[in-house]
Design a binder for this molecule. Structure first.
Ligand SMILES: Cc1cc2nc3c(=O)[nH]c(=O)nc-3n(C[C@H](O)[C@H](O)[C@H](O)COP(=O)(O)OP(=O)(O)OC[C@H]3O[C@@H](n4cnc5c(N)ncnc54)[C@H](O)[C@@H]3O)c2cc1C
Length: 384
């Protein structure tokens, strides 16, 4: 194929933002976006929040996306093979490319225990998953959410607000203890309880029976109308792996321009382990904003610009009405410094080797904003 053209695999924020940036940077080749998802590109964060509660419909990432950016979008047809200069989809279509972007995101992991793969056991990634969970929740009185990460906490509160009696199975003593530390976990625990959610702390799931009953190491048997697994995700690297593209830590390794080990193939978003020059190392990030940011860099790279991903990753989570903002390199800390405020807000500063590596805030936007700068500069944790 002689003429420049771009094939983007995946219709999440990384794929959509790459197309937009490619055009904005003057990319004039034919653009094709191929997705396994049946719904046109939509915002994923509401799927555990207002969309799950039935308070809002699907929000498109970009209205009139295909028309504005002159892109051919094919939905519901996963790419099954990545060749040297062409891709093949499940329906048998073959598309040549001069540049290809892998923006395939991640998929929920079901723990390797008996019964976790039962068809009534729900996971939450796509709009279809969220619709199915809402439908399952509409006819029952109780739910079990396994996992207390952001998606588990958000979904638990949404289900509770739908009128279900919700129990969260939390593997740590408090939610997200390993990722955010004990103090942040206590805030999350308080919020879940305030929303009427019960939390089984330090509890390990052993089995799911018949899709609606769980066994744990602490509570022998617990029944519920619906069981949701919010037990983490696995990056969708299978196309890259089969094509011999370099992986690291289970993700596609890229440089700061989002280029993989294969010339002409880029990767962005949850599936990538991208080098971040501001951090001085490669980072694995699973945030909406980073999908957009990395996609933008990939799109500009595809258009021939010299763009680099050098942002401090940031994440917002909305648990009921409470907003948490987190900016961090996200790959560990030695000490957490909690700073509760009299007005109910709080900040937790994260430190490693004497440098600020992250900040978590609730109703403390000024700390979130200065935190991003302190993390970028590797400055010490502020005294107040
Ligand atoms: C319920 C939920 C709530 C969330 N809430 C927040 C939040 O509040 N804040 C936040 O920062 N982040 C949130 N996230 C995380 C955020 O949505 C992800 O980090 C982000 O979507 C990653 O973007 P991505 O483009 O890399 O991948 P994705 O958004 O996962 O998109 C991947 C795309 O690739 C497609 N695909 C996969 N394999 C193939 C294939 N072989 N062929 C063709 N297409 C393929 C998929 O169908 C999908 O369209 C949430 C995630 C979920 C699931």
């Amino acid at each position: 194929m002689d003429a420049e053209n771009l094939v983007v695999i995946g219709s999440g924020p990384a794929g959509v933002s790459a197309v937009r940036a490619y055009r904005e940077a003057g990319g004039a080749g034919e653009v094709r976006l191929l997705s396994a998802d049946a719904d046109p590109p939509y915002e994923r964060p509401p799927l555990s929040k207002e969309f799950l509660r039935g308070e809002a419909g699907l929000s498109p990432i970009d209205e009139d996306f295909a028309k504005i950016h002159d892109v051919t979008v094919t939905l519901d047809d996963p790419v099954t093979e990545l060749g040297e200069d062409r891709v093949r989809t499940a329906s048998g279509a073959v598309h040549g490319f001069t540049t290809c972007l892998l923006a395939t995101g991640a998929e929920p992991v079901r723990p390797g225990i008996p019964g976790a793969d039962h068809r009534d056991v729900r996971t939450l990634r796509s709009a279809a998953d969220s619709r199915a969970l809402r439908a399952a929740a509409s006819g029952v009185r109780s739910a079990i959410v396994v996992g207390a990460g952001f998606i588990g906490c958000e979904a638990a509160v949404s289900l509770s607000r739908l009128g279900l009696q919700v129990t969260v199975v939390c593997p740590d003593d408090v939610p997200q203890e390993k990722r955010l530390g004990r103090d942040a976990g206590r805030f999350l625990l308080r919020w879940l309880k305030a929303e009427g959610v019960s939390v089984l702390r330090g509890t390990k799931l052993l089995a799911v029976e018949g899709g609606h009953r769980i066994r744990t190491d602490l509570v022998p048997v617990l029944d519920a109308g619906v069981v949701v697994l919010a037990t983490g995700v696995r990056p969708r690297t299978e196309l890259a792996e089969a094509a011999g593209i370099a992986l690291e830590q289970g993700r596609i390794r890229t440089d700061e321009h989002l280029r993989t080990s294969r010339p002409g193939v880029l990767a962005a978003g949850d599936v990538a382990l991208a080098y971040n020059p501001a951090a001085g190392r490669a980072l694995a990030v699973e945030h909406w904003g980073e999908g957009l940011a990395m996609g933008e860099v990939a799109g500009r790279t595809a258009a021939g610009q010299d763009a680099a991903w050098a942002e401090v990753p940031g994440f917002w989570s909305v648990i009921g009405d409470r907003v948490l903002k987190y900016a961090a390199w996200g790959d560990g800390f030695d000490r957490a410094h909690p700073r509760p405020r009299d007005d109910g807000g709080f900040t937790v500063w994260y430190e490693r080797d004497g440098r600020t590596v992250g900040v978590l805030t609730h109703e403390a936007d000024e700390d979130y904003e200065r935190g991003q700068d302190l993390v970028r500069r590797g400055a010490p944790v502020p005294a107040s």
